[in-house]
Design a protein around this ligand. Structure first.
Ligand code: ADP
Ligand code: ZN
Length: 728
């Protein structure tokens, strides 16, 4: 069966122009009736790997998924794209189930979602049912649940090994977002698919910005953080049930739309809270880790960890719930070593020394991550056995410079503050004291000390960093107990006497990097139109009783609010709009866009959307022996867009654009492949106008938000390429 048909379905039913990552390879494998295992990060697009084959194969595709709560939404989403799908689970009455069986038997259903428990039914009832119908494919979602090495072992999954025994001819596709080598091995063995092909995609999530703040007064820090995100959807994780309850209550008092979620709430409340969140009726959920498995909400803009996750796997999975739609999102963690110590108690696995050691090692790695001074993303990917060729440019550390400074005077100020206040004050107090805080918290008798206020020139954050550095170097120590205080050590005396000098690490935000990042990744769209479009979406979602993303994802609405399509034809070029959705919803969204354009005197910008290039057969890539520029070129020539290359290689768009600009200069890429022809002339004019200044930023500012740095660079490269040719 040809991949061309698969591509047509991708466009007509799902509204997407090109496959992502290994989707195409996995689909080809399934269509040739071979087993495969697909490892792709959350949000990568695993579902299409079996949904598209399901449409192309003549029989039924059985999808096994542990996420009962999600089945209905998944099925609704498929139906909304005109695909016949059903689910069977314990939430249905026996009558409803009988009806599903009937429809499946009649042959009209293409996909059937079931929970693994089904296969446990006595006397293999369900297996017998399947034997009597035409099954074409088994898809096993969340396949890591089969392994006791994983973090989410489900004994029912073991039964899935039966499938290959009863149906040796029917291909199996197993999918997961988390599987280290041991888990992977279990998937192959326990599913009896020893010869399956393995497709591993990069686990990088370039649109998630990783950020870690020292944990101090985390409530105040959190409020400051949320203040700038009032309209956005997010998840806040806490360690204990009681803290989720109290934090949710506090945030509600601050006027946030927020609900708690933890395993101690009764099921009805949990389901209700989850549903309100999925439907965008509530913006924030404050939860324990009980919340999340299978939270398929695409527009989660931030995930905050108020407490430390117990290992990097959990951290990565929880933060991975942000930004499934590919738009900019953020992961924020409040970190302290005290949390590491607190969790040590939980790492103990009774009667199992080996397991305990594994847990403790994982916990320490989490601590190491919190304390890291280099690129966070590189560390994370390395943890999962993946190498990133350069720093990411989109984590807090990449946006900071660290320099070593002579910190002797700073150290003397800090140590004498500890000494003068009697070695019985905590870190926060000492920082306030050094900065000369007017707060009532500062003891009256301390205000007359000479050291009071001598550190006012240094910011609070910097002081916290310096203190931590001094502790790490052994110039200070922290007492144990609930209210730890700072005390001098043997090494302190030499510092106070001026006998030794002290080196400290100072962090500064790189201004230049910051600005280039913002212009590269921020989506410039009409925000008030976006809000209007959301309203239209909400009406449909309520009417059909489905979560809004089932109608259109945020990413699709953002595209509409960027390119302003003004007729159905233009609308069909927006990513995420298949034929059925175009018919069903197109007119209403168009009306909103038209109204907005009339009121604001705007025209369609659909021509600004990157030109679609013909897909050429993708060549096999081998990074070895090629330089990084050539790799990007090859990927580009194989038909991938700049965004796709950036995603797959784990670099920013601008890095890829820089790579490609080189080949425009050498003539290997045509300028029109990268820049729409309507835009070339205006950019050329601007370049000429500003040639004396020569600054890219002036050109960009002049051209405005419709033009990206990448496009300007490309035209510039074309210019210089020609100039060189002319002088040669
Ligand atoms: P996963 O199951 O891997 O977490 P999903 O299958 O839910 O991810 O896909 C995540 C999002 O990406 C969905 O909104 C989906 O429609 C979208 N998506 C999947 N494949 C593509 C593609 N080739 N192009 C654009 N969007 C895609
Ligand atoms: Zn980084």
């Amino acid at each position: 069966m040809s991949i061309k048909l698969a591509q047509e379905i991708l466009k007509n039913r799902f509204g997407y122009d090109s496959f992502r990552m290994n989707q195409q390879a996995a689909i080809e494998c399934v269509l040739s009736k071979k087993d495969c295992v697909v490892l792709m990060p959350t949000g990568g697009g695993k579902s299409l790997c079996y949904q598209i084959p399901a449409m192309l194969l003549d029989g039924l595709t059985v999808v096994i998924s542990p996420l009962i709560a999600l089945m209905k939404d998944q099925v609704d989403a498929l139906k909304n794209n005109g695909i016949e799908a059903e689910f069977l689970n314990s939430s249905q009455t026996s009558r409803e189930q009988a009806e599903v069986f009937q429809r499946v038997k009649s042959g009209q259903t293409k996909l059937l979602y079931v929970a693994p428990e089904r296969l446990l039914q006595s006397g293999d009832l369900f297996i017998d049912f399947l034997k009597n119908i035409n099954v074409s494919l088994f898809a096993i979602d969340e396949a890591h649940c089969i392994s006791s090495w994983g973090h989410d072992f489900r004994p029912e999954y073991i039964q899935l090994g039966k499938l290959k025994r009863y149906f040796p001819e029917i291909p199996v596709i197993a999918l997961t977002a988390t599987a280290d080598k041991l888990v992977r091995k279990d998937i192959f063995e326990r599913l009896n698919i020893a010869n399956a092909e393995l497709f591993i995609s990069s686990f990088n999530r370039p649109n998630i910005h990783y950020r870690i703040e020292p944990k101090r007064n985390s409530y105040a820090q959190l409020l400051e953080y949320l203040e700038r995100r009032r309209e956005e959807s997010g998840i806040i994780y806490c360690l204990s049930r009681s803290s989720t309850m109290s934090l949710a209550a506090d945030l509600r008092d601050e006027g946030y739309s927020v609900l708690p979620y933890h395993a101690g709430l009764d099921k009805a409340t949990r389901d209700k809270n989850q549903e309100l969140f999925l439907k965008d009726e509530v913006k924030i959920v404050v939860a324990t880790i009980a919340f999340g498995m299978g939270i398929d909400k695409s527009n989660v803009r931030f995930v905050v960890h108020c407490d430390l996750p117990k290992n990097v796997e959990s951290y990565y999975q929880e933060t991975g719930r942000a930004g499934r739609d590919g738009l900019e999102s953020e992961a924020l963690l409040f970190f302290s070593w005290a949390d590491v110590n607190k969790l040590k108690g939980f790492a103990e696995v009774e009667g199992n020394q080996r397991q305990t050691e594994i847990m403790l090692r994982k916990l320490n790695q989490m601590g190491e991550f919190g304390d890291l001074k280099s690129c966070r993303r590189r560390f994370l990917l390395k943890y999962f056995d993946e190498d990133l060729s350069e720093n990411c440019g989109n984590c807090d550390n990449c946006l900071k410079d660290f320099e070593t400074i002579d910190g002797t005077i700073i150290a003397q100020k800090a140590l004498s503050a500890v000494y003068r206040t009697g070695q019985r004050m905590g870190l926060g107090y000492l920082v306030d004291f050094l900065r000369g805080s007017q707060s009532q918290k500062i003891w009256e008798q301390h205000k007359s000390l000479k050291t009071y206020g001598i550190g006012a020139d240094i910011s609070k954050n910097e002081w916290f960093e310096y203190f931590r550095d001094l502790m790490a170097q052994g110039f200070l120590k922290q007492s144990d107990g609930q209210f730890p205080v700072l005390q001098l050590t043997e090494k302190s005396v030499d510092v106070l006497k001026g006998n030794v000098s002290v080196e400290l690490i100072k962090a500064t935000i790189k201004e230049e990097k910051k600005s280039s990042l913002v212009s590269d990744v921020s989506h410039e769209y009409f925000k008030d139109l976006f809000a209007d479009l959301k309203t239209v979406r909400t009406e449909f979602a309520r009417g059909e009783n489905v979560p809004p993303y089932v109608i259109f994802s945020d990413a699709t609405l953002v595209e509409m609010a960027t390119f302003l399509p003004l007729d159905l034809n233009e609308m069909s070029r927006i990513s995420g709009i298949g034929e059925l959705k175009l018919q069903k919803y197109g007119a209403d969204f168009l009306a909103a866009i038209k109204r907005y354009c009339e009121e604001n005197d705007l025209e369609s910008r659909i021509n600004l959307k990157a030109p679609r290039r013909e897909k050429k057969q993708r060549t096999k890539r081998n990074e070895k022996g090629q330089n990084t520029y050539d790799v990007s070129l090859e990927m580009f020539l194989s038909g991938m867009s700049v965004g796709e290359i950036a995603r797959e290689r784990g670099v920013t768009n601008s890095t890829v654009e820089n790579h490609l600009a080189r080949f425009i200069q050498s003539g290997e890429i045509a300028l029109t492949d990268l820049v729409h022809e309507d835009k070339i002339e205006p950019i050329r004019e601007a370049i000429v106008k500003f040639q004396d200044i020569g600054a890219l930023s002036s050109i960009k500012e002049y051209l405005g938000e419709d033009y990206t740095y990448g496009e300007i660079r490309a035209v510039l490269a074309d210019f210089t390429g020609r100039a060189n040719a002319a002088t040669r």
